[in-house]
Design a protein around this ligand. Structure first.
Ligand code: MG
Length: 243
């Protein structure tokens, strides 16, 4: 009798824990179809911030909101090569996927941080550095592709001055509670010319030039492009997708 009971129990257990591949299949919700004709062209759900035709999505964030940036005859967005006058989006953003193409100046009369220094500031606070880092020594946590003064890029994927380059940035915005405390960190993942240079790094706070990062509560914010002494930087094909 004990023997048959044991067989029955074994059979019952086998039935109850029998697994099927179907147990772990998830069928819904079905991801939305998004169409993209190339790796650099905006997918059909992207917000195109700059396509060479106008600056209607941008404003200056200096004094009277008039931007000192211009579109040159080639349809590129160019900064004025001076410290200060940034250009920023009129719209505020949270977490985004951003594509941006940029090229440093062939004027090599400046060096270190003065050679085509710009930067992309997510939520006006968190900078991915733009710089001519092809052959231009500087502190490595301030070279092209650094999360400025927080993370050195994994490799240097810089192209020569005057050649177009790209960043594809995944930015996860930090979150703050009602008391103003940061409850979730932000993160950056960055590809430079298709090469992974920042792999889901935890943003420590604002990317300050002087002093430690700050963590003052904020919500969505504009994306701005930095203008910094001394040589100019050009931009084209800027789009993002809200995440
Ligand atoms: Mg910069």
């Amino acid at each position: 009798m004990k023997f048959y009971l044991a067989i029955f129990i074994t059979f019952f257990i086998n039935i109850s824990i029998a697994q099927s591949s179907k147990d772990t299949e998830i069928w819904e919700p079905i991801p939305k179809k998004v169409y993209s004709i190339s790796d650099s062209a905006p997918p059909n759900d992207a917000i195109v911030l700059f396509d060479g035709t106008d600056l209607s999505k941008w404003e200056g964030n200096w004094h009277d909101k008039e931007s000192e940036w211009m579109i040159n005859d080639d349809g590129f967005l160019v900064n004025n090569g001076n410290d200060g006058p940034r250009i920023q989006t009129k719209e505020n953003f949270g977490s985004v996927q951003l594509h941006i193409e940029w090229k440093t100046s062939e004027d090599l009369s400046y060096k270190n941080q003065d050679r085509s220094n710009s930067g992309i500031f997510l939520q006006s606070r968190y900078e991915i550095q733009i710089l001519d880092s092809y052959e231009n020594q500087t502190y490595v946590n301030g070279q092209a592709g650094s999360v400025y003064k927080q993370y050195i890029p994994l490799v240097n994927s810089s192209r020569k001055p005057g050649e177009w380059q790209s960043y594809d940035i995944v930015f996860k915005a930090p979150e703050f509670n009602a008391k103003g405390e940061k409850v979730k960190s932000g993160y950056f993942t960055v590809f430079h010319n298709g090469v992974l240079i920042q792999n889901h790094v935890e943003i420590l706070g604002t990317t300050e030039n002087v002093g430690p990062p700050k963590n003052i509560a904020h919500g969505d914010g504009p994306l701005f492009l930095q203008s910094h002494c001394c040589s100019k930087v050009s931009f084209r094909n800027i789009w993002l997708r809200k995440l």
